[in-house]
Design a protein around this ligand. Structure first.
Ligand SMILES: Nc1ncnc2c1ncn2[C@@H]1O[C@H](COP(=O)(O)OP(=O)(O)OP(=O)(O)O)[C@@H](O)[C@H]1O
Length: 470
């Protein structure tokens, strides 16, 4: 698995001076999504499918068993008028379960720490962003909230939510991601700073950020941020550079494997906890499939034969290594298919352009590594392919014969589809006894059937997929 300066999730190395990325406002209603302009017949389809999505979302938010359910309104959660305006402007009408449960605890005084878990795509970001925005005293030009994420792509996305939800407040924001600040910046006074741990540590050490007024510290994807095999060391360094007392520590993730739970409890002492049972981890709307390929080369052929289906909506193809992502995308491009590839060896400006092109629907197929396995929220993604299954990040493990599957990363990867009540499908490619048993272990751990699709019957495949997406 890839590891570099920022740890498990790689960071760019070249010195590109990307301008401070303008936060993109993030619509939630289907009609606000940046779809290409449809032809008149597909426009009718779009309207009816928009209607269907809106209706099923309302149904799900009314179903007490759904993670999107809430019995309350945003008004009842004690949010400031300006933040309510921001929420309604984004098209949020009702809180999801995690928002309803977490927000009253997060906003209570005196502030209490939180360890919050909820399935992928259920609205955790709003819970911690609204907390940061609620706790900031806008009359002070001082940094008061820090938020860390495992990748620059996720940090940029979180920032877009801060800006959109804070649209009716005077919030000032700044990034702590590589190659983003103008050279020679010696002082940051923005209320909220969002970044990755390597750059954040650097800014704190050099006292570019004054921490004396910091009162909220958020870790998104907290299990990865605290994991010794992930970004644990770097995150701890950041914590050691902020005040020891008076800071509310907020940890959120869809997964908290046992080996980080204890550390999380020490990192955020006496935290309120919202936890999921193992069987609750997978998202109902994501149908999981697998394809039995003959060998590595056959995996490539199958991926190419899937191209039509991959581009019905948008798709993310996950590989274990950067070189695989590059090789597949070069081959597919040479054969006339439009695909993009994104991984941590690319420089900052390139990474930003690739994810923005994909987010805005200009590219429909993104071939990548675990760098964007977590957090990335693009509603139109209705298919995820595990070209390689995710494997545990143990030294040498990837090459050994008993390499274990990384079930947490699997949950995050497939969670790039099926966002906030949408339907999505995932397809695992298995090609030998080892990958077969790795997939079996994932299936057993999650208690969810992974259904076979024949590799030689494209029509059947298409039928099954269309049915799953209905
Ligand atoms: N109350 C709401 N009403 C409507 N849409 C919402 C609401 N809350 C969140 N959303 C939308 O749901 C999507 C998923 O939210 P978010 O990215 O916060 O999920 P998450 O729980 O952080 O997922 P992950 O675990 O994958 O990071 C976003 O597009 C967000 O705008």
């Amino acid at each position: 698995m890839e590891k570099d300066a920022d740890g498990f999730y790689d960071t760019p190395k070249l010195e590109a001076s990307a301008p401070l990325a303008q936060a993109e406002s993030k619509g939630t209603k289907e009609e606000e999504q940046p779809e290409p302009i449809p032809s008149s017949s597909s426009r009718t389809d779009l309207i009816s499918s928009t209607f269907e999505v809106t209706v099923t979302l309302a149904d799900q938010q009314a179903d007490p068993n759904s993670p999107l359910f809430s019995a309350k309104t945003f008004e009842e959660l004690g949010l400031h008028q300006d933040l309510l305006k921001g929420l309604y402007d984004l098209g949020f009408s009702k809180p999801s379960k995690i928002q309803e449960r977490a927000l009253p605890l997060l906003l209570a005084n005196p502030p209490q720490n939180m360890i919050g878990q909820s399935q992928s795509g259920t609205g955790k970001t709003a819970a911690f962003v609204l907390t940061m925005l609620s706790r900031v005293d806008f009359s002070k030009n001082k940094t008061q909230a820090l938020c860390l994420a495992p990748s620059r792509e996720l940090a940029r996305q979180i920032m877009s939510v801060v800006v959109a939800m804070g649209k009716f407040t005077p919030v000032q924001t700044e990034y702590a991601i590589k190659d983003n600040l103008p050279k020679g910046t010696s002082r940051i006074t923005a209320h909220i700073v969002v970044g990755t741990p390597g750059t954040m540590t650097d800014l704190l050490r050099r006292k570019v950020i004054d921490t004396s007024e910091v009162k909220v510290f958020v870790l998104d994807e907290a299990d990865n941020m605290l994991d010794q095999d992930g970004l644990g060391d770097q995150t701890l360094r950041v914590k050691n550079l902020i005040p020891r007392t008076g800071v509310q520590i907020i940890l959120f993730s869809a997964t908290f494997p046992d080996h980080v739970r204890n550390f999380a409890s020490k990192f955020a002492p006496s935290a309120n906890k919202i936890e999921l049972q193992r069987e609750e981890l997978s998202v109902e709307g994501i149908r999981q499939f697998y394809m039995d390929c003959r060998n590595e080369e056959h995996k490539y052929d199958i991926l190419v034969s899937l191209y039509q289906l991959l581009t019905i909506g948008q798709s993310i193809i996950f590989c274990q290594h950067r070189h695989t992502a590059d090789r597949i995308s070069q081959r597919m491009s040479a054969e006339g298919h439009k695909v993009a590839s994104l991984h941590g060896a690319k420089d900052a400006a390139e990474r930003d352009a690739i994810i923005d092109n994909f987010r805005e629907g200009r590219d429909k197929v993104l071939i990548t590594t675990n760098v964007i396995a977590r957090g990335i929220d693009i509603m139109q993604v209705n298919m995820v392919v595990n070209y390689d299954l995710p494997l545990m990040n143990e030294r040498g493990n990837q090459h050994s014969h008993d390499a274990r599957p990384d079930v947490e990363t699997y949950i995050h990867r497939i969670g790039r589809t099926g966002r906030f009540g949408r339907k999505g499908i995932s397809i695992n490619f298995v090609h030998d006894r080892q990958t077969w048993s790795q997939m079996e272990e994932i299936e057993k751990t999650l208690g969810k059937k992974i259904i076979r699709i024949e590799t030689n019957d494209l029509e059947e495949m298409e039928e099954k997929m269309k049915k799953a997406l209905k």
